[in-house]
Design a protein around this ligand. Structure first.
Ligand code: CP
Length: 310
């Protein structure tokens, strides 16, 4: 079996294949029935060791719409609280004969560790600052549907890039699909060695947004900042917040994205987040269900006796 631990390791045609597969589920999800039984009899365990609204619920909904039996394990109410190790937890889930395990964990690399210990496909639902591959896929699908393509677009990923698994997975996916990717943010929140990731770095927000086709805002991740937020949220908004005035620097039809959850008034002004024509934020959530259906379907195909990846 094959896992989805990150965008790293996926070929451009494999990313495009998953996006193509997700299209059919967008249509089904907009229909009255919303049901396809192809995963009937399969068990999907959603093991979340870190808080989530979108990712956990969309994996649950995705599994159920495909007919799987889905069960959720929350780290905060599990035996992890009694000191059970991550590996022992993984071996325990494996013994229950799951057919797919979806994992979110605060430690980078935790999902890869579990993938080596179990007998079924593992999907990374976000691990520390490492990767959040299904978020990058749903973002790419949103861009592709709104703009008709990803190739050649200028995408500005703005804010707390340093702590963001969403930024990392998006940089990998969007550069792989031949977009021009910029990262924009305070020097203290931009990771080193960005040139190796084939992105252009800007510390000036106005310059970074100039002519961008897509403006992707990131949440300030205070839970990953040991020393607290520098600068203050108010200063941050003044210098790097996405306001209507700043958005005017981007292309006239620029798409505004945010993976959620948002800090309104910090990285993004409410008037921009709620702009009915420019903001794709709720569409991103909708695409999340379709992309996760595609991932669960494709990764369990071999178990169901049909060819898996293209
Ligand atoms: N975008 C995202 O991963 O949201 P949740 O943390 O709510 O799952």
């Amino acid at each position: 079996h094959r896992h989805l631990t990150g965008i790293a390791g996926l070929q451009p045609h494999e990313i495009a294949f998953l996006l193509d597969e997700a299209e059919q589920w967008v249509d089904l999800n907009r229909s009255a029935t919303k049901h396809d039984g192809r995963l009937a009899g399969l068990t999907v365990i959603n093991a979340f060791f870190e808080a989530s609204t979108r990712t956990l619920l969309s994996f649950e909904i995705a599994g159920k719409r495909l007919g799987a039996d889905t069960v959720a394990m929350h780290g905060s109410t599990s035996s992890v609280k009694k000191g059970e190790t991550l590996i022992d937890t993984a071996v325990t889930l494996n013994a229950m004969r799951a057919d797919a395990i979806v994992i979110r964990h605060a430690s980078s690399g935790a999902v890869g560790l579990i993938a080596d210990k179990v007998d079924c496909p593992v999907i990374n639902a976000g691990d520390g600052r490492h990767e959040h591959p299904t978020q990058a896929l749903l973002d790419a699908l949103t861009i592709r549907r709104r703009k008709g393509r990803v190739e050649g677009l200028t995408v500005a990923i703005c804010g707390d890039v340093l702590h963001s698994r969403v930024a990392r997975s998006n940089i990998l996916a969007l550069t792989s699909l031949a977009a021009r990717v910029r990262v924009v943010g305070p020097p203290t929140l931009l990771p080193p060695a960005l040139d190796r990731m084939h992105v252009e770095a800007f510390t000036d927000m106005d310059r970074g947004l100039e002519g961008a086709d897509v403006v992707m805002m990131l949440r300030l991740q205070s839970e990953r900042m040991a020393g607290g937020l520098i600068p203050s949220p108010r200063e941050y908004h003044a210098l790097w917040g996405l306001t209507p005035e700043r958005l005017a620097r981007a292309a006239p039809d620029a798409l505004v994205m945010h993976p959620g959850p948002m800090n309104r008034g910090v990285e993004i002004a409410s008037s921009v987040a709620d702009d009915p024509t420019r903001s794709a934020i709720t569409e991103q959530v909708e695409m999340g269900v379709a992309v996760r259906m595609a991932c669960l379907d494709v990764l369990t195909r071999r178990r169901r006796g049909t060819p898996g990846w293209a």
